[in-house]
Design a protein around this ligand. Sequence first.
Ligand code: GLU
Length: 279
Amino acid sequence: MTFRTRFAPSPTGPLHLGHAYSAILAHDMARAAGGAFLLRIDDIDQSRARPEWEDQIYDDLTWLGLTWDARPRRQSDCTPDYAAAAQRLTDMGLTYACSCTRRDIEAAASAPQEGVPEFGPDGRIYPGTCRDLNLPMTESTALRLDMARATTRTLPAFAETGPAHTGQHQLNAQDLTATIGDPILIRRQMAAAYHLAVVIDDMAQGITHVIRGADLFEATRIHVLLQSLLGLPTPIYHHHRLIRDETGKRLAKRDDARAIAKYRADGASPADIRRMVGL
Ligand code: GLU
């Protein structure tokens, strides 16, 4: 089997040790398999993406000794692809426009039911306020997937090879509705939301193996469902361990102290970075 994987950073801040681990792992796995390692710039959120962070990504990865096998794909160049996929799901009767703000969702959720999960991979689980309102799509609405309807169409399975969840995972309608709810496909005033974009990008880049952090394991269920609804192939997933700071907290974009650029400036070598992340 061909092996094509990718690293997909968002150019919204400096790459840190967690990114280094993810990129090196995916790169080394591709090279060991005689496959391809691709790069994608996840700049769909144009309000946060900056060209200088994109330049820094290329610079840091090159310094780490990583090479990629095709011109990087940039999400901002591919917006018609996302619109076409969203339209397909809409034509299937599986989407609705949603005008709720974050505050509306918080207010609707102020009386949580016992035993019902409050948070999913995207934060507060959407209470479904706009689901049956038939609102038109406008500048101030988002587009959501109607999960209950979508899961009557298909319930695929996916293979996972990462350390924490190795095995075959069958999607379950009740579980998806309760623990994810209706995910956003198109954000207000944006070309797409992450879940829709990533599925289209992975298909377009011919990705056979998705290698990324364990924090995305729950979101993978949304991606596999969307692939199945859109008739796209499902890659094999590998969710790797997360790099944490000394207090056990996962590194975030604002952890500038652990930015690769900072270690470079302090005289570290690429081999030092590999050692620091346990490779
Ligand atoms: N841009 C996403 C991130 O940095 C990519 C996640 C993925 O690999 O799918 O979290």
